[in-house]
Design a protein around this ligand. Structure first.
Ligand SMILES: Nc1nc2c(c(=O)[nH]1)N[C@H]1C(S)=C(S)[C@@H](COP(=O)(O)O)O[C@H]1N2
Ligand SMILES: [Mo]
Length: 221
């Protein structure tokens, strides 16, 4: 198959688009508009709506927490690593149908970062932005406070690779994988839900696996 080294990963979105342009019939069946034709290892598909995504390391990675909070702050990777870590093992499911069973993710509970920031009364939702400069996601505050919603630093018991959104991605275990924003750089508490990238294009904001998008009837775990 394709040997995806560092250069291969960087070229992947371009190649993916080229493949899609030549494979309209396949793309038509993919409601996210991306066929995810390129393997990303272990049954995963590589997805990025941005053509190229910069690399961030412990030296220059930053995560801003702001909006309707008492104490806005910025975390380095080391600061996130120093916080209590939670590990989950759940199935990953893309809304286009592929699934990866029993995948470990590990990181800081989003609820811990929200508590540290001090969410103001009247706040209703959380908006996520990414250092790819394009993607965004959102959750209601109630969803964001679930114990299985992580700011993930590790996946499959390894540091999160760039191709999977490293060094830090959101991981929303109970929802379709499009909620799990890769290359996370901003968490903004807001007074209403701002639909994310795919949600502007018609996807459900409440993306519960098996209960949304009319895609499948998988049991909710
Ligand atoms: N920043 C960003 N995050 C993203 C996406 C994206 O295009 N950009 N795609 C989403 C979709 S539709 C899926 S299925 C997963 C894919 O994650 P993976 O590339 O680690 O398999 O990332 C989600 N998060
Ligand atoms: Mo997806």
């Amino acid at each position: 198959m394709l040997g995806l080294g560092a250069a291969g990963v960087a070229a992947a979105p371009v190649l993916q688009r080229a493949l899609e342009n030549g494979l309209g019939a396949v793309a038509d069946k993919d409601p996210t508009g991306l066929t995810g034709l390129l393997p990303n290892g272990g049954g995963f598909r590589y997805y990025s709506v941005a053509t190229s995504v910069p690399t961030r390391t412990a030296a220059d990675y930053r995560l801003a927490v702001d909006g309707l909070v008492d104490s806005p702050s910025t975390y380095t990777l080391d600061a996130l690593r120093a916080l209590p870590q939670t590990r989950t093992v759940r199935d990953v499911q893309c809304v286009t149908g592929w699934r990866v069973p029993a995948t470990p993710f590990e990181g800081v509970r989003l609820s811990a970062l929200l508590d540290a920031a001090g969410v103001r009364p009247g706040a209703k939702a959380v908006r996520f932005t990414c250092f790819d400069g394009t993607y965004s996601e959102s959750l209601t505050l109630e969803q964001a406070r679930r114990p299985d919603v992580l700011v993930a630093l590790r996946m499959r018991d390894e540091p999160l690779a760039h191709s999977h959104g490293g060094p830090v991605r959101l991981y929303v275990a109970p929802m379709y994988f499009y909620k799990s924003a890769k290359w996370l750089s901003g968490i903004t508490v807001t007074d209403s839900v701002h639909p994310g990238y795919w949600e502007e294009l018609g996807y459900d904001v409440d993306a519960w696996v098996g209960r949304s998008n009319g895609r499948d009837d998988a049991p909710t775990v």
